[in-house]
Ligand binder design. Structure first.
Ligand code: ZN
Length: 316
């Protein structure tokens, strides 16, 4: 049977047996692929990655007519080690993984979403490429490639957000949270103290959510009423916004929609600018809070539930 090659982000990993692992991969070429990596838990295996969450790898896999595909090769392409140095950035990275794992269908490719995820993870964690690329298969006695976020160097995280979800199986033994290193306060994405080298994590996460919404066909309508289509006469004025209706609402349609909320013109303009790839590196605090709430509602509406990592992303 012919094998397929792809560039993939590991968005979920679950232990399957004492030696094997199930990896959920979001690939650029094929979309989401769930594959069994036989021997994927052994140190000396056909895989030079441990399928750590958020690792980018080049994979070869064989499609199965039913059930899990079979992963035959994987080699690490890129990791984002600095995500481990900032808990807010790490949660934001996990959130990206959750949206890719739970918001997309198997074999439904979205190359722009893949590219946006990579760009977001780089901006959150300032990713680096290994140099040179670890050869495949790894030489006997060679040094182990640096593993990802579940290494001992990673911040010790509460297992609660990962039960049954992103990172399932990464922390089989519940571990109490430990204090963060000094100066690495967990300000949350919504917090002014959440800076990561000057980057506004809220802007990065929001921009990714907007690509995710657009790729899934739920880009919020901002220029005209999402119900009747009437154009907004004053695009800078505040307006009703409804995730279920899919965008802003005119004064006539708004009162009839249950999940409407009034959103400031500044926040709506910021969302529009983020959709277009704009908006500065820092969002004003009031706008940041409102934009996070609006987009969090919009994502939850599409997903059919509140993302598990969302409250950690927006923690204050
Ligand atoms: Zn209307």
């Amino acid at each position: 049977m012919a094998a397929d090659k792809a560039l993939a982000i590991v968005v979920r990993g679950t232990d399957w047996s004492e030696t094997s692992r199930i990896a959920t991969l979001f690939t650029r070429e094929f979309g989401k692929v769930r594959a069994l990596a036989k021997g994927g838990r052994r140190l000396k295996s056909n895989f030079d990655v441990a399928f750590d969450l958020l690792t980018v790898c080049e994979v070869v896999f064989i499609r199965k007519a039913s059930g899990l595909d079979l992963l035959t090769e994987a080699r690490m392409n890129e990791q984002f080690p600095t995500l481990r140095q900032n808990l807010s950035a790490l949660y934001a990275g996990y959130y990206v993984a959750e949206l890719l794992a739970d918001g997309t269908q198997d074999y439904d490719p979205h190359p722009p979403l893949f590219d946006a995820a990579i760009q977001t993870l780089r901006s959150l964690g300032k990713g680096r490429k290994p140099n040179p690329l670890t050869p495949f298969p790894r030489k006997e006695g060679g040094t182990e490639p640096k593993t990802g976020i579940d290494t001992p160097q990673a911040p010790v995280l509460s297992p609660s957000p990962f039960r049954g979800g992103v990172g399932e199986g990464l922390q089989p033994q519940p571990t109490p949270p430990s204090p963060l290193p000094e100066g690495k306060g967990d300000g949350g994405v919504g917090s002014p103290t959440s800076g990561n080298g000057g980057l506004d994590l809220a802007a990065r996460v929001s921009a990714f959510e907007l690509v995710w919404l657009q790729e899934l066909g739920y880009s919020p309508r901002l220029e005209a009423c999402a119900t009747c289509g009437r154009e907004r006469l004053n695009p800078t004025a505040r307006a009703f916004f409804s995730p279920s209706a899919g965008g802003v609402l005119c004064p006539e349609c708004g009162p009839a929609v249950a999940d409407r909320r009034m959103v400031s013109g500044e926040s709506l303009e910021t969302i529009r600018a983020l959709s277009a790839g704009g908006a500065g590196p820092e969002l004003p605090p009031g706008v940041r809070t409102e934009v996070r709430q609006v987009l969090g509602y919009a994502v939850s509406c599409v997903l059919g539930r509140r993302p598990r990592l969302l409250s950690f992303v927006d923690a204050r």
